[in-house]
Design a binder for this molecule. Structure first.
Ligand code: 26Q
Length: 829
């Protein structure tokens, strides 16, 4: 009976309004134990989310059973970060059940949209890399791929940023309030993970070793269902949480060391405590390596348990399993799988290595040397002694092949070795990830090209080009258009006479057929204006600044990093401010000012890594400039500067739809892809950019006329840097003026400013701010000129949206599936 009922009940949840209401009220009473006296909006949000989750679980169960029954090859996406944001609205829209739920809640006296706002973001990621993983999960589910995401259930996600006296202050993000409604704790799905200890030789020939002693912690699974759009498939994101291991506890208790045991409990729980808030910089901390190993050890045990449910040969592993490494962060998994096969299952080394390499694939997200992971040999050997042995074994065999390939070339040997012999000696995780994977990919065409010709050049020559692929990033149109911009979504659907674009973004090209129709332009203008009003209201409430919705909204929102050049942006804002001041001092009338300057709002948002001093100084400068400019009566509404605090996914969902001009102005060659501008362009923003990352391809797809391009090319950067070093040019005039204004206290006298100025002046101008400055000002002036001609601007905005089909993460995921993983869609039975 149980079996029958379970099978029937799996998904036949009623979707009518009355059933939904009963279901929600049931959760209020019995899951949350709320009464009419203590039921607030947050409680109602939770009950609504729980009801949606029940729908998802029904779908989830059947989906997983289908994958199992069909015994399909699965793909496992391993990432230390998943920046998913809020889930309720996303699930409601993907299930296409918004009408029913909003009516149900309206009759209950509340408003679904209001409940959406009650949800806290799940911020288990830093920035681009983490958000990409989240977009990929949405596409994997939507396209019915048999996929799993694996990550860590950090108790503290990305820190919350407050601006106090103009400076960033970090606050812990305790996002798992007393109940995280979206997760299912699987206390029964738990694996042990060992650290430290020693390697004991059990037998010499054949050589058998054992890793023993040390500390053991337990990894417990928490599952998060991920719905797709327009499908009944629902896939799983499995996040691991660290718990004390039972065996370990018992031992301590037996020794009578009660308090010691409780202390150790905390030590083990530490592992999944906090997300490292570094973006594009590596941090050689032991706890971080512990997190990485904890994560892959649990994940691989889980993957292999599933694989071994049927009797199989180990050689079948790559036919059933593709493991994608999101950067090198989980790359110790390569060594762990080798260890499992050799030590735990007795496979001979070469045989095991062959299986390992066929199972793994690796995505690189950066060419910045400071971001490439390197673990000190001593640290790694202490924490994971057996893994260090195996790394030496892998390296020995690999270097023999390199030697045979380039006899006598000691330099190539030193460059390709897994070991960096500089002090302290360290393990190069990117080299490990390359030789331990079948495919390596970059995230935009230029980035992949740079990988092949610079940092991975030797490997490309050794393995051949076919191992190195490009997979240009994309974003999910569900969250970034359908959900974030319902106004534009409706306009597009009505002009295309279909909402097929939501699942097939190439359909957007159909807008081009109407490009000369003024009514389409009017629709675009109306929606953009409404979204700017919404953003202006948010700016008013968070920053207390009144901005004019008719001004040009120029935005740069992303992590604060010197290579992204938020500094160049604010310097150009200073130039504009000084020009307005000069015009006013010269007696310009209101009309003359309006003729000379396009009214603008410069919007910034983004977090600085807590230890990244220069990034924090840049924030300090932006807020100082904002203080002066926004309160200067000479300027009025001609220029406003806004730094919006605590940039996160839900804030991005308000910002991108209200953007006129979005900035991707990184020093060329340094931004691997950039996904933020894709979201803005999709929402009808124009792009001001260098020829870097995905911007190059975006310009190609939407047409170069739509884009304000400036600056040195990636191919010119090295030469220009050398020039700056040996024959340092003076600052161009506008830059010199802006710097002088900072120096003379126009924006206050803050300790941060002299340090910041020194960091990029003269020979220190590594990111080529001076080199690119005038051409940046010129690009901004071109943007102003077009903005004055609203018809021209709207035309470009429409063409921008129309050309974004290629940048759907559905396209990206399909390419991964077909060209790397070899997995096929598997819609549920
Ligand atoms: C490594 C070791 C220890 C602690 C932290 C880290 C760490 C964490 C996060 C290193 C790097 C990151 C994040 C990198 C990142 O977000 N890269 C971005 O990836 C995007 C998606 O591919 C690209 O669009 C961006 O260009 C790239 O900067």
């Amino acid at each position: 009976l149980l079996w029958t009922l379970l099978t029937q009940g799996m998904e036949n949840m009623d979707r009518d309004v009355e059933s939904i209401q009963k279901h929600i009220v049931n959760h209020c009473q019995f899951t949350l134990a709320r009464t009419q006296f203590n039921l607030d909006s947050f409680g109602l949000y939770q009950a609504t989310a729980l009801s949606i989750k029940d729908h998802l679980l029904g779908m989830w169960n059947v989906t997983q059973q289908t994958f199992t029954n069909k015994d399909v090859k699965r793909v496992y996406y391993l990432s230390l970060e998943f920046l998913v944001g809020r889930a309720l609205q996303n699930a409601v829209l993907n299930l296409d059940i918004e009408g029913e739920y909003s009516q149900a809640l309206m009759e209950l006296g509340t408003d679904l949209e209001k409940l959406y706002e009650e949800e806290k973001d799940a911020a288990l990621g830093n920035g681009g890399l983490g958000r990409l993983a989240a977009c990929f999960m949405d596409s994997l589910a939507t396209l019915d791929y048999p996929a799993w995401g694996y990550g860590i259930r950090y108790r503290y996600g990305m820190f919350a940023q407050k601006i106090v006296d103009g400076a960033q202050v970090e606050f812990p993000d305790y996002w798992i309030s007393y109940l995280n409604v979206w997760e299912i704790p699987r206390i029964d799905v738990s694996y042990s993970v060992r650290f430290y200890g020693e390697v004991r030789v059990v037998s010499d020939s054949p050589r058998v070793v054992e890793w023993v002693g040390g500390e053991v912690v337990q990894a417990v699974a928490y599952d998060v269902p991920i719905p797709g759009y327009g499908t009944k498939n629902c896939i799983n994101l499995r996040l691991w949480s660290a718990k004390p291991a039972k065996e370990f506890d018992l031992q301590s208790f037996n020794q009578g060391d009660y308090l010691g045991a409780i202390e150790d409990r905390h030590k083990s729980e530490n592992i999944s405590q906090v997300l490292y808030p570094n973006d594009n910089t590596y941090m050689g901390k032991e706890l971080r390596l512990k997190q990485q190993y904890f994560f892959v050890r649990a994940t691989l045990q889980d993957i292999l348990r599933r694989f071994l449910k049927r009797p199989r040969e180990w050689e079948e592993l790559p036919d059933k399993v593709a493991i994608q490494l999101n950067d090198t962060h989980p790359s110790i998994g390569i060594v762990e799988l080798l260890r499992i096969l050799v030590d735990e299952h007795g496979l001979e080394f070469e045989r095991a290595w062959g299986i390992v390499v066929k199972s793994f694939h690796f995505t690189n997200h950066t060419v910045l040397p400071e971001a490439l992971e390197k673990w000190p040999v001593e640290l790694l050997g202490h924490l994971l002694p057996r893994h260090l042995d195996l790394i030496y074994d892998i390296n020995y065999r690999f270097l023999q092949q390199v030697q045979a390939w380039r006899p006598g070339d000691m330099d190539v040997l030193a460059r390709m070795s897994l070991i960096d012999e500089a002090h302290p000696r360290s393990i190069r995780m990117a080299n490990l990830a390359i030789i331990g994977s079948t495919h390596v990919n970059g995230v935009a065409a230029l980035h992949t090209q740079l990988l092949k010709t610079t940092i991975f050049k030797d490997f490309c020559e050794f393995f051949g080009e076919s191992k190195f692929q490009n997979k240009t990033n994309g974003v999910t149109p569900r969250r970034w258009l359908h959900q974030a911009n319902p106004g534009l979504a409706a306009v597009i659907t009505s002009w295309l006479e279909s909402d097929a674009w939501i699942a097939n973004l190439d359909e957007l090209a159909g807008l081009r057929a109407h490009i000369d129709n003024p009514e389409l332009a009017a629709d675009f203008a109306r929606v953009k204006r409404a979204n700017k009003v919404r953003l202006a209201e948010l700016i008013q409430s968070t920053n207390g600044i009144e901005v004019d919705p008719d001004a040009l909204f120029d935005i740069q929102v992303k992590r604060i990093h010197e290579y992204k050049r938020q500094l160049m942006n604010i310097l150009a804002v200073i130039v504009r401010y000084l020009a307005i001041k000069e015009a006013v001092a010269g007696g310009a009338s209101k009309a003359e000012l309006a003729a000379a300057f396009v009214a603008r709002v410069s919007i910034f948002a983004g977090k600085a890594a807590p230890g990244y001093h220069n990034a924090k100084r840049i924030i300090r400068l932006i807020t100082a400039v904002a203080d002066v400019v926004n309160n200067d009566p000479d300027v009025g509404s001609l220029l406003k500067v806004v730094f919006m605090p605590n940039y996160n996914v839900s804030l991005a969902e308000v910002i991108f739809p209200g953007t006129d001009l979005s900035e991707q102005i990184s020093c060329s060659g340094m931004e691997a892809s950039g996904t933020g501008v894709g979201k803005a362009t999709l929402n009808g923003a124009l792009l001001i950019c260098t020829m870097d990352g995905a911007s190059i391809e975006i310009a190609e797809e939407i047409g170069h006329d739509q884009v304000f391009v400036f600056g040195a090319l990636a191919s010119e950067v090295d030469g220009l840097r050398a020039q700056v070093q040996f024959n340092t040019p003076p600052d161009c005039a506008p830059l010199a003026k802006a710097k002088a204004a900072i120096r003379d206290g126009t924006f206050g006298n803050y300790d941060e400013f002299p340090l910041l100025l020194d960091s990029f002046s003269g020979r220190n101008d590594y990111y080529l701010i001076n080199t690119d400055f005038e051409s940046y000002l010129d690009a901004q002036a071109r943007a102003d000129a077009v903005y004055r001609d609203q018809d021209a601007w709207l035309r470009k905005a429409i063409l921008s949206t129309a050309g974004m089909g290629f940048f759907s993460s559905d396209r990206t995921i399909r390419q991964y599936a077909e060209e790397i993983w070899g997995v096929k869609p598997c819609p549920r039975e």
